[in-house]
Design a protein around this ligand. Structure first.
Ligand code: CA
Length: 268
């Protein structure tokens, strides 16, 4: 059935719709462009505005995702470093010790030298090997007797050192000697010439004496006038010395002669 032609009013409306269609299209396009632009701008602004929060969100969210593994790996590295640091420090300390001349060997040496005087005395006590004197009696009258310094270290109370001066021998000395410096605490002495009691008192005996050691130790003593007996001179401590020297300061005068004698000297 043929379509009836539109009436005049309908034709006018159709014409209006046809004329308004491009306008609507233009308005729609413009709205779309504006909307897109607005969304784009707002999106950019929001992105800029939200970027700090996003960073925080990443950092705060990271522990729940991959970061724990990284942290644990970092901790492992730190732990590994912690186990290695003592070795590094030990190497540095060893290097510093070598540079400063201090290593483990001096410590051992220190341990050796840290021995007490008592221990060194026990390990290296003074042992008399020879004797010396400033002089000794050489008399044709008593040529059958020997009065040299060796008489104080022969263990024989019938022999003795006799000083060789023309007087009682003040300032003369006799010593027992060791091979090198060794340790002593004192000396035991037999005074005079105890071959017989009358011989003892007819000769002089040491009264005042100065004891000297090679380490600089010195002490003044007064010996007793003891016939045929030992008397002890204690040094009050351990000393390292190569000799023990006795110098005559004064004497017990003899009833007949001016010769002063010492029979024995033994270190201890
Ligand atoms: Ca003797």
């Amino acid at each position: 059935m043929p379509v009836p032609p539109p009436s005049g009013r309908q034709a006018a409306r159709a014409a209006e719709r046809r004329s308004s269609l491009p306008q609507l299209l233009a308005v729609g396009i413009a709205s779309a462009v504006l909307g897109f632009g607005l969304v784009f701008c707002l999106g950019g602004g929001l992105e800029r505005y939200a970027s700090p929060n996003d960073g925080e969100a990443e950092t705060t969210a990271s522990p729940t995702s991959e970061e724990p593994a990284e942290n644990s790996a970092a901790e492992d590295e730190q732990d590994a470093g912690a186990t290695e640091e003592p070795a590094d420090q030990a190497e540095q300390t060893e290097t510093l010790e070598r540079l400063s001349g201090q290593d483990s060997e001096p410590q051992e040496g220190t341990a050796i030298t840290a021995l007490t005087p008592e221990e060194q005395y026990q390990a290296n006590p003074f042992t008399t090997t020879h004797a010396e004197s400033s002089s000794f009696l050489q008399s044709s009258q008593w040529a059958q007797y020997y009065y040299g310094p060796e008489c104080v270290m022969d263990g024989n109370l019938s022999t003795g050192w006799c000083e060789g001066s023309d007087t009682v021998g003040v300032g003369e000395w006799v010593s027992i000697n060791a091979d090198g410096e060794q340790w002593v605490r004192g000396v035991r002495i037999v005074n005079g010439h105890p071959r017989r009691e009358d011989v003892y008192f007819r000769n002089c005996r040491v009264k005042g004496a100065t004891i000297q050691l090679s380490d600089g130790f010195e002490m003044h003593v007064t010996l007793d006038d003891l016939y045929n007996d030992w008397q002890t001179i204690d040094f009050g401590g351990y000393h390292q010395t190569s000799y023990i020297r006795l110098t005559i300061d004064s004497v017990y005068e003899g009833s007949e002669w001016t010769d002063t004698l010492v029979s024995e000297m033994v270190a201890y």
